[in-house]
Design a protein around this ligand. Sequence first.
Ligand code: NAD
Length: 360
Amino acid sequence: MTHKITLIPGDGIGPEVAESARRCLEATGVKIEWEEVLAGQDAKEKTGELLPVNVLESIKRNKVALKGPIITPIGEGFRSVNVALRQALDLYACVRPAKSYLGVKSYYKDIDLVVIRENSEDLYAGIEFEEGSEEAKRLILEIEKDSKKKIRADSGISIKPISRFASERIVRFAFEYAIKAGRKKVTAVHKANIMKFTDGLFLKTARQVAQDYAAKINFEEVIVDNMAMQLVQKPHNYDVLVLPNLYGDIISDLCAGLVGGLGVAPGANIGSSMAVFEAVHGSAPKYKGLNKINPTAMILSGVLMLKHIGEEKAAMKLENATREVIAEGKSVTYDLKPSPRDPTAVGTQQMADAIIKRIK
Ligand code: NAD
């Protein structure tokens, strides 16, 4: 069977890591017909748009995409293409496994965590009011009238919507994921003691959903600041974490740090009928075109993609080959060497070549 998959190379180091992942995926023997489409800076130059409609159409048609990182210029008036893509396709669940690989420098061993982040609402909903704007002034007056609380007149305001619907959907996803992946425990992470009506709703909903799975999967709840400390002190006590959008973003980077950093952290954005696979890292513009950056995170995102399309055996082959190359420590990029200036470090494509050679 041939799988038709959308390929978005992305910006900065995106095209390099996307190319190495594409070659590794093809080397597993799985038949893939790629539909390459542009989003981000390249698309803007060619079409005038950062997220052209043909990108969304391609993913809707093929149901699966592999995506390189895309730059989000700070304060330039448009929202992140990455966030826009997730929202336009309702890819509500962001799945970020954090797994230790022998040979990756880290303070910890044998970490095997999965962070499941709600992707559609919370402070990422993009509902913001600029300091000094008429809308912000009106909103401040309304809020002060209704809540009797004072807000400084020179405030910017971001809105944090958390719904029962999206909370139930993501927590159910986390439990279903835990069952499928043979996991034992789901931990809901929140700040319900302070944000009673948003995080409080998330937590209340999580407790209700957990009851449906009580026979199979353990459930616990942890406040997000405590979670940050617990993960640093006792990461092995945790299994699957489920979090609202912002905490999920921060805690998944923390978990990437536990296993050696962004170079080895894969991810997936999953909806009810579509999925986009991408590394946790961004487009690292200063490394663009240098053939220097670590392709592992993107290759492991490809492993997640193979599992998603039912190619379990190929996924295992590619993950094992990647694990072996990293453990051997010879044909690896600078960040996986004992010192970043190690002259024996190889380039992005050469590391991919070494992985391809190992695929059995
Ligand atoms: P970044 O992840 O691009 O890079 C931060 C640093 O991490 C790099 O300078 C590098 O030292 C290291 N790093 C990242 N990827 C690596 C790899 N594969 N191998 C080795 N080291 C690696 O984060 P940033 O600098 O904050 O963001 C750059 C741009 O990427 C921004 O515009 C940001 O918005 C965007 N971004 C995009 C996505 C996405 O497309 N999903 C995700 C995060 C950031």
